[in-house]
Design a binder for this molecule. Structure first.
Ligand SMILES: Cc1cc2nc3c(=O)[nH]c(=O)nc-3n(C[C@H](O)[C@H](O)[C@H](O)COP(=O)(O)OP(=O)(O)OC[C@H]3O[C@@H](n4cnc5c(N)ncnc54)[C@H](O)[C@@H]3O)c2cc1C
Length: 439
């Protein structure tokens, strides 16, 4: 491809950075890609390869009737390099798309090296020049110096170093005959669904919680937690009643079926306006996924709960994106600086790849003077972008793609899945057409 005079830089050669660099180069922009490894390693990466997967080798499911499947379908339509690399390095893993991690990272590294508009620099970037078009994609383990600089650019309270995630449950799977609506002191409110526990059940629940298997922290993850977001199992270990004086306190709630205050209560809070997903309030946890399913399932309303997302606590550098990012992924107050990947508060390999492509497209639009709008929130990628840039979100926490964040059609429940898939297809196609015509 012929070199152009437009030059941009991408910081970070993970999944988001690779997608962003390739997208810019495909658009004719000369790219300086900065990756600090191997000179400076993160605590989780092991190689000098681009697009290294730091933990699981699974990129999750491909079934187009699921949110992960729809995301892959959209990535495929966008010509994602990560998805292409995954297809050629795939290993058998049932319905999941799993890869040989070394071959996968080698394929991405070679794709970047093969592009004559991309110049690789093995260098840590510690400051961003606001005058150079830049995509920052330094991931959950952004180097300390750059994190400090980002904190200065965005205001120090806008950068976080850990995520503490409570599980999210599909509303249809909650057994509402074992629950009642009402927020503390307001029985008419439908914002919270309360799952009561009697004394025997509460203590049985605590016993199981204390014996449950936990995820072993990575060596670099301190086993220190912020008091404001302790894992439930740590809270429980401080005293068998601590949860019922903490997130499970029943104060201000009366079970309409008994006319009495329950002994303890798990509160579920609407995750979205439609109320088709609920968040377990204050239930951030380090239990393994299997244990979360088993132990939270002891609560009658959750006996058959389907988890849209499990709880977790991780070392994770991410921005308070709803406050600092525009919808086109540029940083507020810095029109040439864009963010992509896990540092924006999306969670997951493919989610990070998707925002890399979007940031690339957005920067291309900026350099050519055309406008850029992300896809609508009824698509998988659009829902992610909407989630991370929605100013109404309080207490922002990272999110993977799931139906809970996707706008869904207003049709009866049994028709919803098909209608959602149909609508996503139309909406994404329309957006792709608008890209092609530069609208
Ligand atoms: C321990 C751990 C386990 C995880 N497990 C999973 C999992 O199993 N499944 C999953 O989907 N997601 C997992 N994640 C999340 C995962 O990191 C992301 O899904 C994905 O890798 C994010 O892609 P990214 O491109 O944003 O960041 P990364 O893939 O981390 O890439 C960022 C790159 O930026 C480089 N960099 C950092 N700072 C600088 C700097 N100042 N200058 C230049 N280069 C820099 C880094 O070396 C790195 O190569 C895990 C995260 C962690 C920390």
């Amino acid at each position: 491809m012929k070199k152009t005079t437009v030059r941009a830089q991408v910081v970070g050669g993970g999944l988001a950075g690779v997608e962003a660099a390739l997208r810019l180069a495909q658009g004719g922009v000369c790219v300086d890609l900065f990756e600090m490894r191997p000179g400076k390693q993160t605590p989780a990466h092991k190689t000098d390869l681009l697009g290294e997967l730091v933990c699981s080798n699974s990129l999750k499911g491909t079934d187009p009737a699921t949110a992960h499947g729809l995301l892959k379908k959209e990535l495929s339509l966008l010509g994602s390099a990560a998805l292409k690399a995954a297809e050629i390095t795939r290993v058998p893993a049932g319905k999941a798309l799993a890869v040989d991690r070394l071959s996968f990272a080698r394929a991405l590294t070679e794709a970047v090296q093969a592009h004559d508009l991309i110049e690789m620099h093995r260098q840590e970037i510690v400051e961003i020049d606001p005058g150079i078009p830049t995509i920052i994609a330094t991931g959950p383990l952004t180097s300390e110096a750059l994190a400090e600089h980002l904190a200065k650019m965005t205001g120090s309270s806008r950068l976080f170093f850990y995520d503490a995630i409570s599980p999210i449950i599909d509303a249809d799977s909650i057994e509402t005959e074992h629950a009642f609506f009402g927020s503390r002191w307001d029985p008419e409110s439908t914002d919270y669904l309360n799952c009561p526990l009697d004394e025997d059940l509460y203590y049985a629940f605590i016993t199981e919680l204390l014996q449950a298997q936990q995820v072993i922290p990575h060596g670099f993850e301190e086993a220190r937690y912020f008091e404001a977001c302790l894992p439930v199992e740590i809270m429980a270990s401080r005293g068998r009643d601590s949860l019922r004086y903490g997130p499970m306190r029943p104060i201000g709630l009366e079970d309409p079926r008994t006319g009495r205050r329950p002994f303890a209560v798990l509160q579920l809070r609407r995750e979205n306006l439609r109320g088709d997903a609920y968040n377990m309030v204050g239930f951030q946890t380090k239990l393994t996924y299997a244990e979360q399913k088993r132990i939270f399932g002891l609560i009658p309303a959750l006996a058959h709960a389907r988890f849209e997302r499990f709880g977790s606590i991780h070392r994770n550098t991410f921005l308070d994106s709803p406050r600092v990012l525009n919808k086109d992924l540029s940083l507020k107050g810095y029109p040439l600086i864009f963010l992509a990947g896990q540092v924006t508060g999306v969670e997951g390999y493919m989610e990070s790849a998707a925002t890399g492509i979007l940031a690339g497209l957005s920067l291309l639009a900026k350099t050519s003077g055309t406008g850029f709008s992300p896809p609508r929130a009824d698509t998988a990628i659009g829902a992610l972008i909407h989630y991370i840039t929605d100013e109404n979100t309080k207490d922002f926490q990272p999110m993977n793609v799931n139906f809970g964040i996707m706008e869904s059609p207003d049709v009866p429940k049994k028709l919803r899945n098909q209608a959602r898939v149909d609508r996503e297809a139309c909406s994404f196609q329309e957006w792709m057409k608008s890209l092609a015509t530069g609208l």
